[in-house]
Design a protein around this ligand. Structure first.
Ligand code: ADP
Ligand code: MG
Length: 323
């Protein structure tokens, strides 16, 4: 029980930003159209995520905190066709094992919602409550029972920087969702959620960056690559301004970033990197997302074909634009 969850927490929950990521992914999987995130002291004192998704029944609200009680995978075959961001059923039990968690949730079809509170993974309160449709999760006392991990956390600005980065990337990968991020009572992100990616990019990176981007839309067989890349006039000294997603899952993958940058060929000055916001859609069974608990590492069935599709496509698009 709780020891396993505490150990698992070490893998899934490295820092406040990992909690924010897992909670937002759950909200996305729940079909939310708006997701509000609030933090205090870099997430160390408070992480609160509110969504307008499908919510949970009273029974499921408690089950959600049991290990591997995911509602998203029914059998082993489903693992080869993962369509949701979550599928391991580890996040909520892991978070609850190292903090105090309060959850208020209501399904549209229920008259009342449920309020459940856990400390160190154990339910301390469960009651009916009035609530809007959707789910709110509040995480406090983070790592209070794992002093070594608490000590290892960085100072507030760094932790809130990591959180901001996670939220920005998720907003960029999900332009149809309205994200609001409040850090110590200050609104730092208020994305439009109008499904027009360039508006989300302008919101996060500014109008000047948005004006120097080239639209990408390449569709070939089962692959579809879409988003924006910067024209060769706009480059950065690192890859921090690159967001890649596969089927809207944020990923880190050297093959894809290399394919994109190779597509620029000689247009890219040495040690300079383009701004990239790209999503690759492909059948879920052609990519393995179950490589690591963080689910950002992936493996392709046919990486050569993916590489060629992307680098040739980007090269073609850059040839067509004039600067
Ligand atoms: P996973 O996402 O891998 O299934 P989690 O531990 O993240 O596992 O969540 C456990 C379960 O709780 C989910 O499968 C889902 O059924 C439910 N759940 C979690 N967050 C939400 C939410 N925001 N809205 C609706 N259901 C949720
Ligand atoms: Mg999850």
């Amino acid at each position: 029980g709780s020891t396993i969850n505490k150990i698992a927490a070490g893998e899934v929950i490295e820092r406040p930003a990992s909690i924010v990521k897992e909670l937002i992914e759950n909200s996305i999987d729940a079909g939310s159209s708006r997701i509000f995130i609030e933090i205090r002291n870099g997430g160390k004192d408070l992480i609160k995520v509110t969504d307008d998704g499908i919510g949970m029944s009273s029974i499921d609200a408690e089950l959600a905190f049991e290990r591997h009680a995911t509602s998203k995978i029914k059998g082993a075959e489903d693992l080869f066709f993962v369509k949701t961001l979550g599928f391991r059923g580890e996040a909520l039990p892991s978070i609850a094992a190292v903090s105090e968690v309060e959850m208020i949730t209501k399904r549209r079809e229920d008259l009342l919602g449920t309020r459940i509170k856990l400390l160190n993974g154990i339910v301390t309160t469960k009651e009916e409550t009035g609530s809007p449709d959707g789910t709110t999760i509040i995480v406090t006392k983070l790592f209070h029972n794992v002093p070594a991990r608490k000590k290892f956390l960085k100072k507030e600005t760094l932790e809130s920087g990591y959180i901001s980065d996670v939220i920005n990337r998720l907003a960029l990968a999900n332009p149809s969702i309205h994200f609001k991020f409040i850090n110590n009572d200050k609104i730092v992100l208020n994305s439009p959620g109008n499904n027009d990616l360039i508006h989300t990019i302008a919101n996060i990176y500014g109008k000047d960056t948005a004006k120097n981007l080239v639209k990408v839309y390449i569709s070939e067989g089962e692959y579809c690559l879409s988003g924006y890349i910067s024209n060769p006039q706009l480059t950065r000294s690192n890859r921090n301004y690159q967001t890649y997603s596969i089927n809207r899952r944020i990923i880190k993958d050297n093959i894809i970033s290399k394919a994109v940058e190779d597509g620029y060929k000689t247009l890219l000055p040495v040690n300079r990197y383009p701004v990239v916001i790209l999503n690759l859609d492909l059948p879920p069974n052609q990519v393995d997302v179950n490589v690591h608990p963080s689910k950002t590492e992936i493996r392709f069935n046919d990486e050569k074909q993916i590489y060629g599709f992307i680098s040739e496509g980007i090269s073609r698009i850059l040839k067509e634009v004039t600067y």
